[in-house]
Design a protein around this ligand. Sequence first.
Ligand code: E4P
Length: 217
Amino acid sequence: MKFFADTADTNDIRELAEAGLLDGVTTNPSLIHKAGRDFLEVVAEICKIVPGPVSAEVVALDHAGMMREAEIVRKIADNVAVKVPLTIDGLKTCKALTDDGTMVNVTLCFSANQALLAAKAGATFVSPFVGRHDDNGFDGMQLISDIRLIYDNYDFATEILVASVRHPIHVLESAKLGADVMTAPPSVIRQLVRHPLTDKGIEGFLADWAKTGQKIG
Ligand code: E4P
């Protein structure tokens, strides 16, 4: 399963990329607001740090407007994936862009039927929001399981990009269900590293090592 960071914070992105943990990045207008940076500038910087797909979202709601914005966004770098909402205009834009060789991430997916439409429109990625799904009394991971089944039934090439990931269990379940990608905030990716027995083990080894009185090098 590929790991994307769901952030526009370039310090976090750099650190995770240096650890070899990043296959891509997703941003959205709220994350750009949080970063307090110019949209085109920050996306360009992220694209240089991470060679994999970097999602940059258009904000127009009509097809012509989305295409206009996508023209600007896709010129930033070859690894930009234009992010469009799961609406008819978004799907139309998705089809036009992917036909033209541009990666597209269809976002704000909350049902398996919507994911089916995204695949039919040729999406590179579909982003089901599991956390927001859970928040509203639905089962986010069941949604991933349903989409996996449907995509496998018909050999769709669209990658399932699990989004709105809130905790390590979402990551574990996504991997078990065979999601192609998960995107998580850097804090959740860092949580995956930690285990109390790892810390305890290091503590014990260091204590015994000190007793040997030796040094390496
Ligand atoms: C995905 O691409 C979105 O940026 C993201 O995962 C949204 O997550 P949220 O529900 O935490 O805002």
